[in-house]
Ligand binder design. Structure first.
Ligand SMILES: *Cc1c(COP(=O)(O)O)cnc(C)c1O
Length: 399
């Protein structure tokens, strides 16, 4: 098996198919014509030599899907027009009306809204768990449970699930497992190798890496991906545009290099913040002090550039002032690109309402009264000393 960087460079590519072009062409075409009617009638048997419609398959997108499958150690991959399209396709592949899902309570906000605000209306119930103990999944499972939905490390609070152990609990019960692997990227974590059934990515984040596309990906067995492609892919139709596929191929070529730097700078920032007197707590799976450090080291090869911190002065004013004082960290949603970003975030105290999300973003999630404010940071590819200096001067601005 070639190394990860070699796969980033060459997996899925065959220049002989494209006049020797070292960079695959962008097949910016909605349809593909046939030379005669017999060829049209036989087009599906002859794929991937013959294409018919870009909602079904496209040669540029095929290169990308083969590359991403190789990186995630998967048999197959299907890309989508956004991370949420990938998340919803993976979930809908696993459940029908009357089914039950067990999901981690600190998942990405819109994933939670999909399960509670949308799929509940279609007769699909979700039970929320913290997810640090595999037994939580065993206890929450019941007759009709079809899916354990995971995100490790999870959004903002960075809780891990033991992927191998949860996959085992699922297998014993005939339950499917899906994990959102956007944070670690395939460079630092490969859940399929740990027994997970499907991996989803917001490819908008590290896979794209340049904040110029919105995209998603699902990886898994050839059988599952074939079903997802022909049902959720073709019928719900959230395909990735060929130009966006091409941009992601370009982005992925430097994935390993970018992840190394995100880790190096992310760790430097996390360590700086952890010892700062105005910071109460840093949430970062790469820190030695992370409560699940042993598990992090066991199932991940490294950590990325996304972290969050709680301020000692946990007021909204302090968090807003801190973020407004930053020079190199722009105020914005998303993450995973070359640029550093910051957002105020509220941490919800534990144990008040079981199953409630443990964090809120101002103006995105409804305000909760009793939150302790802090900041979510994405550490980009800028010179790390500039970022540390910036954080230091911004912390000087708050009580
Ligand atoms: C951003 C994000 C998503 C959604 O991806 P989009 O590309 O924005 O649709 C899903 N999961 C996680 C963890 C994310 O951060």
């Amino acid at each position: 098996m070639p190394g990860f960087e070699t796969l980033c460079a060459h997996a899925g590519e065959d220049p002989r198919r494209h006049c020797g072009a070292v960079t695959p062409p962008i097949y910016q075409s909605s349809l593909f014509t046939s030379p005669d009617c017999e060829a049209f009638a036989a087009r599906h048997e002859r794929w991937p030599e013959v294409y018919d419609y870009t909602r079904v398959a496209n040669p540029t997108t095929d290169v990308l899907e083969a590359k991403l499958a190789a990186l995630e150690q998967a048999e197959a991959c299907r890309v989508f027009g956004s991370g949420m399209a990938a998340v919803s396709a993976a979930i809908l592949h696993c459940v029908r009306a009357g089914d039950h899902v067990v999901a981690v309570d600190s998942v990405y906000g819109p994933t939670r809204a999909l399960l509670t605000g949308y799929l509940k209306g279609l007769g699909i119930e979700t039970t929320w768990v913290r997810g640090e103990d595999p037994e939580e999944f065993a206890r929450a499972a019941r007759k009709g449970t079809r899916l354990f939905y995971l995100e490790s490390p999870s959004s903002v609070v960075m809780r891990l699930q033991d992927l191998e152990a949860v996959a085992e609990v699922a297998r014993e019960r005939g339950v499917a497992t899906v994990v959102d692997n956007s944070w670690a990227s395939p460079y630092y974590q490969n859940p399929l190798a740990l027994g997970i059934d499907l991996v989803v990515h917001s490819a908008t984040k590290y896979l794209g890496g340049h904040s110029d596309i919105v995209a998603g990906a699902v990886m898994g067995s050839a059988e599952r991906i074939q079903q997802i492609a022909s049902r959720e892919g073709v019928l719900l139709g959230a395909v990735l545009d060929p130009f966006a596929s091409w941009l992601m191929i370009r982005g992925v070529r430097t994935l390993a290099l970018r992840m190394e730097r995100h880790q190096q700078s992310g760790l430097a920032v996390a360590r700086f913040l952890e010892q700062h007197p105005k910071v109460a707590r840093v949430h970062y799976a790469g820190l030695e002090s992370h409560p699940q450090r042993a598990l992090a080291v066991r199932q991940m090869r490294g950590s990325s550039g996304l972290l969050s911190l709680e301020l000692k002065d946990g007021t909204r004013e302090a968090a807003f002032r801190f973020v407004d004082s930053l020079r190199w960290f722009a105020i914005g949603v998303s993450w995973g690109g070359y640029e550093s970003l910051a957002l105020p975030v509220g941490f919800v105290p534990e144990g008040k309402i079981p199953g409630r999300a443990p964090f809120v973003f101002p103006g995105i999630t409804p305000p909760a009264q009793e939150v302790r404010w802090g900041v979510r940071l994405h550490v980009g590819l800028e010179t790390v000393d500039d970022l540390l200096e910036d954080l230091s001067q911004a912390l000087d601005q708050i009580p």
